[in-house]
Design a protein around this ligand. Structure first.
Ligand code: UDP
Ligand code: MG
Length: 347
């Protein structure tokens, strides 16, 4: 935040003067700052202890975009314990198009990206990893796709240079994701992605669900596609993640399937399950009741307990459905016109 405020356009005044309200309020205040070209593209780079690679990365991003588009590079220091922040500060001093955000501690890539999205001022957001595994030379391809009219562009590492075990698990994971979400991408999890600003504005991401933005986006009617990208082996340090990420990914996938299909109509899921369970329970008890009237003993029948449990479970599911609908209703009241999934309009 401090770095953000200090970014005045080569100011005659001391840098502490927040020119034009600072760049904090996401683009809107930019028009008030004469002489500053608002960036068209925001390259957002989350980094944890990536001091070694940032200078080269920045140089290569400049090389790739300089003179082509107005852009900013937004480094998010996710609580690094090395010199990452010093490097970012220096890179900003060398070129004011480099901006930085530093989180209070290590919150994980998801939070780092959220901070980046929140501060980014461009109309096109591109996220890439800080470790030089993604190649800045591919940036123009993302921009071109979005300018063609696509809303989300996902990098596809055609030749992926990661350890073997990662590759196998990733393939299984991606296959499952494709089938579960119906979004045909080679690698939804790729950190190299481009978005039209509007996509990020209209999809709430929390936890690790950012990996699935393309699935949410496709569900919301945005156009999603992929571009082939180059991939390099990690130059400095080791991957910040282990295999447990894949496991967690499967839980996230469950959430994504639920949220995309049922977030606006939870009763359709819970009601159906409740009806089936409760219905089977009711029929079971009905059958036992008939037997009882015919003089049979039913007190020691296991079916009696089963039926009662099924009815209870059914009621539970119904109640969850009602709570879900209630939450959806409350939320819907807050939706303003800008959040409607409209692509074009004639007025
Ligand atoms: N990263 C981060 N916070 C974390 C973990 C990772 O900002 O808690 C960044 C990391 O610095 C890198 C990107 O996320 O820029 C991807 O991480 P990594 O290269 O370790 O993952 P891999 O390429 O092995 O999937
Ligand atoms: Mg990496």
């Amino acid at each position: 935040m401090t770095a953000q405020e200090a970014i005045a356009p080569a100011p005659p005044a001391p840098p502490s003067t927040p020119t034009a309200g600072g760049a904090r309020s996401r683009g809107v205040s930019l028009r008030a700052a004469p002489g500053v070209e608002p960036p068209e593209v925001s390259v957002i780079v989350p980094g944890l202890n990536e001091a070694d690679s940032l200078a080269e990365l920045a140089r290569r991003i400049h090389l790739s975009l300089d003179g082509k588009r107005a852009y900013e590079i937004l480094f998010v220091d996710d609580g690094s314990t090395d010199h990452t922040w010093e490097v970012i500060t220096r890179l900003h001093a060398e070129d004011a198009r480099v901006k930085g955000v530093k989180l209070r501690r290590n919150f994980g890539k998801a939070m780092a990206l959220s901070a980046g999205f929140q501060r980014a001022r461009g109309e096109i957001f591109i996220t890439m990893d800080a470790d030089l595994q993604d190649d800045p030379a591919d940036l123009p391809a993302f921009i071109a796709k979005i300018e063609e009219g696509l809303d989300v562009v996902v990098g596809w590492k055609v030749e992926r240079l990661d350890p073997q075990n990662r590759l196998v698990l990733s393939r299984i994971f991606n296959g499952t994701v494709r089938r579960a979400t119906g979004v045909k991408l080679h690698d939804m999890n790729c950190g190299f992605k481009g978005y039209r600003r509007e996509v990020i504005r209209s999809i709430p991401v929390y936890g690790d669900l950012f990996r699935f933005i393309p699935a949410f986006a496709a569900w919301e009617g945005f156009r999603v596609a992929e571009v082939p990208v180059k991939h390099h082996a990690r130059k400095y340090g080791k991957s910040r993640y282990g295999l447990e990420r894949i496991l967690r990914g499967f839980f996230d996938l469950l959430s994504v399937m639920f949220l995309t299909r049922f977030q606006r109509k939870p009763m359709h899921l819970f009601g159906l399950v409740g009806l089936v369970l409760g219905g089977v329970g009711f029929l079971t008890e009905l059958y036992l009741t008939v037997l009882w009237f015919r003089g049979h003993k039913i007190g020691d029948r296991p079916l009696l307990l089963l039926g009662a449990l099924l009815i209870l479970a059914g009621i539970q599911f119904f109640s969850m459905g009602f709570i879900g609908e209630f939450l959806t209703y409350q939320n819907h009241k807050k939706v303003d016109a800008e959040d409607l999934p409209i692509r074009e309009e004639i007025t």
